[in-house]
Design a protein around this ligand. Structure first.
Ligand SMILES: Nc1ncnc2c1ncn2[C@@H]1O[C@H](COP(=O)(O)OP(=O)(O)O)[C@@H](O)[C@H]1O
Ligand SMILES: [Mg+2]
Length: 267
């Protein structure tokens, strides 16, 4: 049976092709290919130091690449003019692994920072937008005047997520959003991401170490190993893979299968 032709413009929302990037002699990404499709939550995994954050930062243009192309919304980010780039940047939100918030700015100022950069709107509207975004992530206006140092880890991540959503993005990049949270806090955050993804129709690129997040939130998983994306697919496909790294990661001690085996051994 012939497949229906794809609708025009229905290509990947992010298209990473043949990316080489590194620092000095250290090649971190060695010809990486990856597609992210509209509306999916892609979980991006790999060992510590594998280059997950580097790839995310390369896609958003913070790490220079040596080879390859990156298209976002079909726009080649190298060929784009300044205005075209800015138009693309305006359509994504980012939650960084470290320094999720500016420590010297209040929650309110943190939330308004990206909006001020791109939109010329009144202070009253900025305030209303900030409160609306806080409500989206399950916080209320009482945190507005707090400094990041006064927030718990979970609240900090929520404020950072609210900031990533400030400009009503279509794509959200999350770098290890649940790291540092206790399991319940991490579970709540996963639920929040899944709910927001559904209600807002977001596309989510999520770097994570968290196997629970991969099970509960991600539609598809991509694995970075030795500088390359060696596997992409559903959790079921990851569990069925015979690649040694995937076996130790998805069936190892920290995996659900690993926990179940431990539990049975103790019983
Ligand atoms: N700005 C930098 N300068 C030099 N080396 C870097 C820089 N950023 C990352 N690296 C190196 O690149 C590799 C991949 O880092 P990273 O992407 O942060 O790993 P992870 O997969 O844990 O997110 C690591 O070896 C790291 O030390
Ligand atoms: Mg990282």
């Amino acid at each position: 049976m012939a497949l229906a032709p794809k609708a025009k413009g229905e290509g990947p929302i992010i298209e990473v092709r043949d990316i080489v990037a590194g620092f000095g002699d250290h090649v971190v990404l060695n010809h990486v290919d990856l597609d992210v499709h509209r509306g999916e939550v892609l979980g991006f995994v790999g060992g510590s130091g594998a280059g997950k954050s580097v790839l995310m930062r390369t896609i958003i243009g913070l790490v220079p690449k040596r080879e390859g192309t990156i298209k976002v919304f079909g726009v080649d980010m190298d060929a784009a003019t300044f205005d075209e780039r800015q138009a693309v940047e305006r359509r994504w939100g980012i939650l960084f692994q470290q320094g999720a918030l500016f420590s010297s700015l209040t929650v309110m100022e943190n939330l308004q920072f990206p909006v001020r950069e791109y939109l010329n709107v009144s202070q009253r509207l900025l305030d209303e937008l900030a409160v609306a975004k806080l409500e989206m992530v399950g916080l209320d206006a009482s945190v507005c005047d707090k400094l990041p140092s006064e927030l718990s880890g979970g609240m900090t991540k929520r404020v950072a997520l609210a900031r990533a959503l400030a400009l009503d993005p279509e794509i959200v990049f999350l770098d290890e959003p649940t790291s540092g949270l206790d399991p319940i806090g991490a579970g709540d955050f996963d639920t929040l991401i899944a709910t927001l993804q559904r209600t807002l129709g977001l596309t989510v690129f999520m770097v994570t170490h968290d196997l629970d997040s991969l099970h509960t939130v991600c539609n598809r998983i991509a694995v970075l190993f030795e500088g390359k994306v060696i596997a992409t697919g559903t959790m079921a496909e990851m569990l069925a893979s015979k690649h040694p790294w995937l076996i130790s990661y998805f069936h190892g001690k920290r995996s659900r299968a690993g926990h179940a085996a431990d539990f049975e051994a103790r019983a």
